[in-house]
Design a protein around this ligand. Structure first.
Ligand code: 4AD
Ligand code: MG
Length: 430
């Protein structure tokens, strides 16, 4: 009977066959201890010289790391095993031996070497844990919106216009035109919100980030909800509720992976409502209290976000940034017209921004003058302006970056480990 390591508990006392790869081994005169992984887990397979034919024992002794194998044996419960079970081998089949020594051994390697070998590194415990957490985050995101009346609407990736400024656009030849890889699906979600009320898109987004930082990828995944008739308070409520759901889901379902990464799960358990809501103005004062320089009307840099978010044990909602440091589409606060009705969510422990969002300008003339002020081409925004010509309503939304969120949840230093194949200014492969 075929089995997987994840569900091995159901097979105690039975003889099963597992298909996988040799992760590690320890050989003594009388016993070979094989660590076999099958993608769902790692199990110790015990090959006793006295229990199997001599040629089977010799075969087991000869296996090198990442040999693909089919192992058959009896499943035993064993309290000493990290997973609680082991396999007593009775049959062994080698599917393929490695052409040469596997480049990644369980010992330490430099990060450049590992990234160059990302296609093989994925098999190690740490990437496996991080990417399992990423998959859980993505599933939680989908469940959250799907179960609350949001319709998934996919945004295009080839776009004719910028959404988040022209300095980070990737240009692509598009027959006799120029296309840009999408920086954000937001403008399309605004169109969709006028059709469906509550929508979200979820896909890869692209930014030609010219600096090397631990928070920027050139290709990253973003989920972007957009809701008609929503104000800034409602947008903050949504971001808060959504983040609590995602974090607690990961804590509930991926504790083992978090612990493998050395993450203190109790820190994540504290991520509960309400999150502090802080105006940009108040946040500037706090940054100065931490000893950093910042002007009243500055946007935050990485350092500013780090010191600010280190003060909290849960995410904070920073709202009403100076309008001039934010995107053209944001509505101004009627009570302070030099400030945008926007919110950034900063993850605690120094992780910084994971969400950016806000209320969209709904007035045609104001929006048009902002497009001109930002020196954007109004012609490519004609379709977007139509949304204000036909039944314009207040609406708001936000975008959450998956990799920054996973970086925080896993307690990592750099976000490059949170995406299967990272794309950075100096890395396009593998
Ligand atoms: O703050 P941003 O630029 O907001 C937008 O794109 C809005 N149009 C979203 C919306 O309202 N629908 O980006 C949103 C989030 C950031 O908070 C961050 O988590 C992530 O996207 N992000 C990046 N993640 C990795 N690498 C980069 N270069 C990123 N740029 C933004
Ligand atoms: Mg932002």
């Amino acid at each position: 009977m075929k089995a997987t390591i994840r569900s091995i508990a159901e097979c105690v006392g039975q003889v099963v066959t597992l298909e996988g790869w040799l992760y590690n081994s320890r050989i003594t005169k009388k016993v070979a201890f094989l660590q076999v992984r099958d993608g769902t887990g790692i199990i110790q397979v015990i090959v006793g010289a006295a229990d199997v034919a001599e040629d089977v024992f010799e075969l087991a002794r000869s296996l090198t790391q990442e040999t693909s194998v089919r192992v058959t044996g009896l499943v035993n419960a064993d309290p000493r095993s990290p997973i609680g079970y082991e396999l007593r081998l009775s049959g062994l089949e080698v599917i393929a031996r490695p052409a040469q020594e596997f480049p990644i051994s369980p010992k330490e390697h430099g990060s450049d070497f590992l990234l160059n070998n990302r296609h093989l590194w994925l098999r190690s415990k740490r990437p496996h844990a991080i990417l399992s957490i990423r998959a859980e985050v993505i599933r939680a995101i989908r469940d959250y919106f799907d179960d609350r009346g949001f319709t998934l609407v996919d945004a295009p990736i080839f776009t004719p216009n910028a959404c988040e400024g022209t300095s980070t656009l990737f240009e692509v030849p598009y027959f006799d035109q120029t296309a840009y890889l999408s920086q954000s699906g937001q403008l399309y979600m605004e169109a969709a919100a006028m059709a469906f009320g509550k929508v979200y898109c979820f896909g890869p987004t692209f930014r030609a980030e010219k600096s090397k930082t631990r928070r920027h990828l050139t290709e990253f995944w973003m989920v972007e909800p957009e809701v008609a008739f929503l104000d800034l308070e409602g947008d903050m409520d949504l971001a808060e509720d959504f983040l609590c759901f995602v974090v607690q889901r990961v804590v509930e379902r991926r504790r083992a992976e978090l612990e493998l990464l050395g993450r203190d799960v109790s820190v994540l358990e504290k991520v509960q409502k309400p999150f502090p809501r802080i105006s940009h103005e108040a946040a500037v004062q706090m940054i100065r209290e931490e000893g950093l320089e910042i002007d009243d009307r500055d946007d935050f840099g990485g350092e500013h976000e780090t010191v600010l978010s280190k003060r909290y044990d849960r995410p904070i909602l920073v709202h009403r940034y100076p309008a001039e440091v934010k995107a053209f589409y944001l509505k101004k606060d009627p009570e302070q017209p030099d400030r945008a009705l926007c919110v950034d969510v900063l993850a605690p422990e120094g992780y910084g921004e994971i969400i950016g969002g806000g209320v969209r300008e709904e007035d045609l003339d104001v929006l048009l003058s902002e497009i001109n002020r930002h020196e954007l081409d109004p012609a490519v925004f004609e379709w977007y302006l139509d949304l204000r010509r036909y039944g314009s309503v207040p609406h708001a939304g936000f975008g959450l970056g998956v990799e920054r969120t996973v970086t925080w949840l896993c307690g990592l230093h750099h976000l490059r480990e949170t995406i299967p194949f990272p794309r950075l200014i100096n890395r396009l492969g593998p």
